[in-house]
Write a protein that binds this ligand. Structure first.
Ligand SMILES: [Ca+2]
Ligand SMILES: [Ca+2]
Length: 256
């Protein structure tokens, strides 16, 4: 509402004006939206789904995440919808989220905080007869070597020819070229020739040792590598190393 007040010229400067009633409102201006409410966080396997209610006047929302309850928050994404899926996240880690609402006038304060701890167990693909076991033979992330060791376990009823198989270990090479993915820009692919024999039914390939370095021996940063898991110092199934049989993925999950 807006009521125009017209002043007679001889009232200008008249201190009696100070007691006149006037009402006014800002018309047509954009107000900063209110912080989002109605937040939900649903923890899944390697993912957290966030949802919130529409804030009036908002044109977009900013999702922010912290790994400590008191922050600091890093912005994950700006979206126009009222939901966001934070993935991939690490199972067993508690994440803290806030959402702000934005429009051309500015950004609201952060919403109330929500916390979620993704967890779950990974289910192998239904073919499932082949499993890659992995161990980090070198657990140092900042040196010049990458040394993953593997075993291919054959849970099926028939022998498996290794010449049909390829293992991929996914990593970022660090500095040599622009990164094509967040988690991996290279895959170390291990294939086997026909002299490798067969993997018996119910058996495994035996230990496959690899050691990789760059031609200039510069250091890697393995902590950002998709397939690196220094906690695995003895062999156990690891879905972040993928296995292919005749080019088809039969084990593991490729990087997002
Ligand atoms: Ca290393
Ligand atoms: Ca890396």
């Amino acid at each position: 509402m807006f009521r125009a007040v017209t002043l007679a010229p001889d009232w200008v400067g008249d201190e009696r004006l100070q007691s006149k009633l006037a009402s006014w409102a800002i018309v047509g201006a954009t107000l900063i939206p209110s912080p989002p409410t109605g937040l939900t966080a649903t923890a899944g396997n390697g993912t957290v789904g966030l949802g919130w209610s529409v804030s009036s006047n908002a044109t977009s929302y900013s999702g922010k995440r912290a790994t400590a309850a008191e922050g600091p928050y890093a912005t994950l994404a700006t979206v126009t919808s009222t939901g966001y899926s934070d993935t991939p996240v690490t199972n067993g880690t508690t994440y803290h989220y806030v959402i702000s609402a934005m429009n051309s006038a500015g950004e609201s304060a952060n919403s109330a905080q929500l916390s979620a701890t993704p967890q779950g167990t990974w289910t192998p693909p239904p073919q499932g007869t082949l499993v890659v076991q992995y161990r980090a033979a070198d657990t140092t992330p900042g040196d010049n070597g990458i040394k993953p060791h593997f075993k291919i376990q054959n849970n099926g009823g028939d022998p498996m020819m290794p010449s049909e198989l390829a293992i991929r270990y996914w990593f970022t090479i660090d500095g040599d070229k622009p990164l094509a993915f967040d988690w991996a820009d290279h895959a170390l692919e291990i294939t086997f020739n026909s002299s490798a024999g067969s993997i018996p039914a119910g058996g495994d390939s035996g230990e496959i040792q690899t050691c990789t370095h760059k031609t200039d021996w510069s250091n890697f940063h393995e902590s950002d590598d998709y397939s690196f898991e220094p906690a695995k110092t003895s062999f156990s199934p690891w879905e972040r190393v993928t296995l292919y049989r005749n080019g088809q993925l039969v084990w593991g999950t490729e990087p997002p």
